[in-house]
Design a protein around this ligand. Structure first.
Ligand SMILES: *Cc1c(COP(=O)(O)O)cnc(C)c1O
Length: 363
């Protein structure tokens, strides 16, 4: 087979272990999956009620235009319906962006570490990837600007950043956009937007009106608790959306995902409650880590990146014996760390005990 040359450079996505496999391997009943930043509180009860009486029309193709959800979302975000694109998760929009704007001979600029799918998809398209190390987990926007050259087509900003959890400040984003050439597409990935402290809200939807080269990505996978449904969206100037619609598959989100997302939007109390509980768990865990004397990145999200006394992989292997699945930093490009989702209170209490035990064994 004569595949694209880029396919030799990269391996398929190595996903976190599946719950059933770990139960079988370690003979444990309860698994606490903290590896993919899903919502430990599940999803809105209104969705559960809807699904209880839902009569699916699986024989019919979905509405490829996603008209009803589009209308509700446009209203909520105060943007035009023509400024939205939906994807099978925002990850699919990352793919569409790469397919539309990246090819051999151009380059793309991103932070490292950051969400791995930017680099992955850019590499497949043959683009050169320029990675700018984060400083204390934050994007080095000045260095990223300096790195932009005449062959740069796309710049990726992730705020809050996965895996470090830090966010970009509003004035820094504005100054970046003001200095970035207008023909370069700037992708602002706000997958964890709902967890952000309100004071740090970038009000990115308003920036869309100001900057015609900005696209903002959001998702129903994280705070909305709908990772399994696969639906996310991008908001940008109509010209960008039209270009992305050329590469988008005609029926790329399912009818059930569209309907459930529509209900999810109406239940903002669920998001508020998720955010409140997450914050309490986060603050408690930070106090615990301070006492233990372990370093961590300040998180604006529902996960934390913590420096470990051993390799992250070693700590991963320790925790998994007790049923806790975390993400070792070695897989994220930041060795000697682990990233874990902030889970339910009792589980996090147990995790603290395991951290203490590990601390004793390794100090
Ligand atoms: C989880 C995540 C996504 C993708 O989520 P989807 O499930 O594809 O919507 C995108 N960006 C970041 C930074 C993420 O952490």
């Amino acid at each position: 087979m004569r595949a694209k040359a880029a396919l030799k450079q990269i391996a398929p996505y190595q996903q976190g272990k599946q719950i059933q496999d770990i139960k079988a391997q370690y003979q444990i009943e309860r698994i606490v999956k903290l590896s993919s930043n899903e919502n430990p509180y599940g999803y809105s009860n209104e969705i559960k009620q809807f699904l209880a009486s839902f009569e699916p029309a699986f024989d019919i193709y979905p509405d490829g235009y996603t008209a009803r959800l589009r209308k509700d979302l446009a209203n909520k975000l105060n943007v035009n319906e023509s400024e939205i694109i939906f994807g099978s998760g925002s990850e699919e929009i990352v793919q569409m962006i790469c397919r539309a704007y990246l090819f051999t001979g151009v380059n793309t600029v991103m932070a490292t570490p950051t969400f791995p799918q930017y680099k992955h998809n850019a590499t497949i398209e043959g683009a050169t990837v320029k990675e700018i190390p984060t400083v204390d987990g934050s994007h080095d926007l000045a260095d990223m600007l300096d790195t932009i050259d005449e062959d740069t087509n796309v710049v990726w900003l992730c705020s809050p950043n996965n895996p470090t959890g830090t966010s970009i400040a509003k004035q820094d984003l504005i100054s970046f956009m003001d200095n970035c050439p207008e023909h370069i597409l700037v992708v602002l990935d706000e997958a964890y937007y709902e967890y952000l402290d309100e004071a740090k809200d970038l009000h990115a939807m308003e920036c869309i009106q100001e900057y015609s080269n900005l696209i903002v990505l959001r998702t129903f996978s994280k705070a909305y608790g709908l990772a399994g449904l696969r639906i996310g969206y991008g908001v940008a100037n109509e010209t960008i959306i039209n270009q992305l619609n050329v590469v988008r598959g005609p029926f790329n989100t399912t009818s059930i995902a569209q309907q459930v997302a529509q209900i999810a939007l109406t239940d903002q109390a669920f998001i508020k409650e998720t955010k409140r509980k997450n914050l309490l768990v986060k603050q408690d865990f930070q106090v615990f880590l301070d006492q233990l004397g372990w370093n961590y990145f300040p998180s604006e999200t529902n996960f934390m990146l913590v420096m470990t006394p051993t390799s992250g992989t070693e700590m991963f292997n320790f925790l998994i014996q007790y049923g806790f699945i975390v993400r070792p930093g070695e897989l994220l490009g930041i060795p000697n760390t682990i990233r874990f989702t902030l889970g339910l209170k009792d589980d996090m209490q147990r995790l603290q005990e395991l951290f203490s035990l590990y601390h004793k064994q390794n100090s």
